[in-house]
Design a protein around this ligand. Sequence first.
Ligand code: BG6
Ligand code: MG
Length: 220
Amino acid sequence: MIKKAFIFDLDGVIVDTAKFHFIAWQRLATSLDINFTEEENEQLKGVSRVNSLKKILEWGNKKISPDVFQSKMDQKNTEYLDLIKTLDTSDIMPGVHDFLLELKKQEQPIALGSASKNARPILKKLGIYDLFDVIVDGTNVTKAKPDPEVFLSACDQLGYVAQNSIVFEDSVAGVQAANTAGMISIGLGESSILKAADEVFAHFTDMPQNYINTLLSKKK
Ligand code: BG6
Ligand code: MG
């Protein structure tokens, strides 16, 4: 039986937390008198917390001391955690749970490859933590997406090579990371944004029947 490493991003792929990251960043930007748009937010998808704040400050042309920087990061995360406190199984994005269960049935290896430091508690809230054989998140990596470290570490820990790995991503930075690693990149979202992905779907429910089999024989 053919096997491949199936690596999932979290925010915007498994759960629609991208909107909560946006709200929390927007409140933070406002507190610094910075105008922060949805287009700018698109560029923050997949980007680590620290790099996101650096970019917002750069766009707003603002300089803050290291102490204030740290407190603003904490403030953003507190707001974000408050926004996601009621997350549960019903917040899993359409088709994702069935897709994961089908992979389990076929005994395919599953990993998480996320920039978020909140990934583990979120997976637990969603009730799908145990479906993952390997979890690589913002607490394990030193180089943020678009660097491929997070995905390379995930496939390595699963015991697979990059060429036999498939990444599911909603962000431009994440698709770039998967492509740089030499992995198949499946975009979730808009094809006009995720142009570099090997294939793009709006949702997992838009994938054709038996798509897992298609992916198992797909080459980069
Ligand atoms: C990514 C999100 O998954 O994680 C980004 O797309 C977020 O928006 C990043 O900034 C870091 O997340 P966290 O939960 O550690 O602040
Ligand atoms: Mg994402």
